[in-house]
Design a binder for this molecule. Structure first.
Ligand code: HEC
Ligand SMILES: [Cu+2]
Length: 374
């Protein structure tokens, strides 16, 4: 009859080492365990501390939703996190119990060897199935809810992604604008997305996203803002050198204020009053600007670059990178690539005088609000 194999014997065979070395291995292991134990509190505290970062002044945090779409999407994230936490706690707990209860305590006999348990196999097949089914229910339901907005009162906006700026046009009107998307509060807005060049992705973390803008096809997403305010967004698909600066701003306004903005955009008034601004308007035609830019209310109809209608009413320029003030406009016109690397607006090597006049003209591009309005 064969002798039952001893624990040390089995270990020796498995590790190809002799019994005397096993003691050494164990000492190394316990030293390592001590080091890991010292690091453990940090491993637990650090993620907890970092997770707080999302809550401090975070204009682009999807953990702080501002509309029903972002709220639904956060709901999906939350439910997956709860399910995953449950799985983690159960599995890690079981592992811990097994490690502690069945650890080596100097036994020389091999523990009983057994395999195959129909009950356990069923358990860990059925439980994950149920958990995944639970996740699937919410995911499938939200996929349909978020696919397209329901109801009649939906505002449609066409969005075209360009390297490295956004164009927004409102079907049924003459309104075209860039980088700053105006929407009325409390109304569903359907975004019809496509691209003029490469693949981009539309993402406003507090309102919803992300959806790809693919050349040659259209994708649809919708957003709705619960409260008036500005919501920052960002292209979320690497599209070239200027990708990180391809930002956007959503301006959600009460319906009356939005209607007023629509009025101003539909009937822009261009009346540069100062002599400097009038000179700037002439440069706009002579320095090639008009071959790339449209300005509503003028004869400038270029379509290569952003539409500049009522530019002075926008908060930011250059794909929402720079504040829309005289100093930054001048810096932009002097050397676009210096302030926004990769930008496809050429450096036109303008003299300081021309820049001054052009800035005065650009700053005059605003349409007075109709009298008696909000
Ligand atoms: C070859 C085409 C081209 C020419 C010529 C051109 N631009 Fe541009 N312009 C662009 C493009 C493209 C952008 C977008 C750059 C970006 O944000 O990356 C832009 C952006 C701008 C912006 C910022 C708009 C916004 O909403 O962010 C202003 C202002 C502007 N141009 C003014 C001018 C003026 C003034 C001239 C003439 C001196 C001029 N451009 C000449 C293509 C052109
Ligand atoms: Cu991009």
């Amino acid at each position: 009859m064969e002798e039952p194999e001893t624990y040390t014997g089995a270990l020796e065979r498995a590790l190809h080492i002799s019994g005397s070395e096993i003691g050494g291995e164990c000492r190394v292991a316990s030293e390592r365990a001590r080091r890991i134990r010292r690091f453990l509190p940090w491993a637990v505290l650090l993620p907890a501390a970092l997770s707080g970062c999302g809550l401090i002044d975070a204009p682009q945090s999807m953990l702080n939703p501002a509309g029903p779409v972002a709220q639904d999407q956060l709901g999906l994230i939350d439910s997956s996190i709860w399910v995953m936490t449950l799985v983690f706690v159960v599995v890690a707990g079981a592992l811990l119990v097994i490690l502690l209860r069945f650890r080596w305590r100097g036994q020389t006999e091999l523990p009983p060897q057994w395999e195959g348990s129909t009950r356990l196999e069923l358990l860990w097949t059925i439980v994950p199935f149920i958990l995944l089914a639970l996740l699937a229910v919410g995911t499938v339901r939200d996929s349909f809810v978020l696919a397209a907005p329901e109801g009649k009162n939906v505002l449609k906006v066409n969005v075209v992604g360009h390297q490295y700026w956004w164009s927004f046009s409102y079907p049924g009107t003459n309104i075209v604008t860039a980088n700053e998307l105006h929407i009325p509060v409390g109304q569903k807005v359907e975004l019809v997305l496509t691209s003029a060049d490469v693949i981009h992705a539309f993402w406003i973390p507090r309102l919803g996203g992300k959806t790809a803008l693919v050349p040659g096809r259209t994708n649809i997403m919708w957003i709705e803002a619960d409260q008036p305010g500005t919501y920052k967004g960002q292209c979320a698909e690497f599209c070239g050198t200027g990708h990180a600066d391809m930002r956007l701003l959503v301006v959600a306004e009460p319906p009356a204020k939005f209607a007023q903005w629509e009025q101003q955009m539909e009937h822009p008034v261009v009346q540069p009053t100062s002599a400097l601004a009038q000179q700037g308007e002439k440069y706009f035609a002579s320095e090639q600007c008009s071959s790339c830019h449209t300005i509503g209310g003028t004869s400038f109809v270029g379509v290569v670059g952003p539409n500049l209608t009522n530019l002075a009413q926008r908060q930011m320029i250059a794909g929402n990178l720079l504040p829309n003030d005289a100093q930054d406009l001048a810096a932009w016109l002097k050397d676009p690539q210096a302030v926004k690397p990769g930008s496809l607006m050429p450096n036109l090597h303008l003299s300081p005088d021309k820049i001054k006049a052009l800035v005065a003209f650009l700053q005059s591009l605003k349409t007075p609000a109709p009298s008696g309005s909000v």
